[in-house]
Design a protein around this ligand. Structure first.
Ligand code: TZP
Ligand code: MG
Length: 213
């Protein structure tokens, strides 16, 4: 996996798509600069989740953007996704790696400094720092890590770090300044009327800050 792929990471939630097909939003977002996409569905049946991933897979292929499946190793395998994203209550990382092999990307969410330290002993491809700020999008979130948490984790983590939770155009710059390699967002792209424009605006901020350093 290329660290640059984490720069602007779109995580989906079809409940927030205002009825628009996810494939349409994803294509627009990629045109605007999204560099990686995670399909995350918490209110779908297995079949719906599978069909949704199949319906967006070709778009990601055309644009050469990695496709990551949230939590569901079986679906990641079935659709031959580029990777899997797991959290602290999902299948243990080592089991997921055993089944997926080293050709696939595995990302792991960490919700504390301690968990980020533990992740240094795992050969995950990236860690998700979750959440950086509070958010309406996910209900069962841990205590926000804040910018200080991001700074601290980025200073010792041997893995690329992507921050998630409550990120928008107004606070995104501060997260990159704190040392994150990228930002993962749901509502700041998915629920926007013009996802391409939204993604372009976010990407511009990231690039301007990364180019300064
Ligand atoms: N994990 C931690 S916070 C979150 C997830 C999936 C939701 C982020 O959504 P938003 O709309 O970008 O705050
Ligand atoms: Mg999970």
């Amino acid at each position: 996996m290329r660290k640059e792929d984490l720069k602007l990471y779109l995580v989906t939630d079809s409940d927030l798509a205002n009825g628009k097909p996810l494939a349409e939003i994803i294509e627009a977002a990629i045109k605007g600069g999204v560099s990686m996409v995670q399909i995350r569905e918490k209110n779908s049946t297995t079949r719906e989740f599978y069909e949704l991933v199949m319906s967006v897979k070709h778009i990601l292929k055309v644009y050469n953007v990695p496709l990551i499946v949230n939590d569901r190793l079986d679906i990641a395998l079935a659709v031959d996704a580029d990777g899997l994203h797991i959290g602290q209550s999902d299948l243990p990382y080592k089991e997921a790696r055993k089944i997926l092999g080293f050709d696939k990307i595995i990302g792991l969410s960490v919700e504390s400094i301690e968990q980020a330290r533990e992740a240094n002993d795992l050969d995950v491809d990236y860690i998700g720092l979750s959440p950086v700020f509070s958010t309406q999008t996910k209900s069962d979130i841990a205590k926000p890590l804040g910018l200080d948490g991001i700074k601290e984790i980025a200073s010792f983590s041997k893995h690329p770090c992507v921050a998630i939770g409550g990120i928008n155009k107004n606070n995104l710059g501060s997260i990159i300044e704190a040392g994150a390699d990228g930002v993962a967002l749901v509502s700041a792209i998915i629920s926007q009327e013009y996802p391409e424009k939204a993604a372009r605006e976010l990407k511009k901020i990231i690039d301007s800050i990364m180019n300064e350093h």
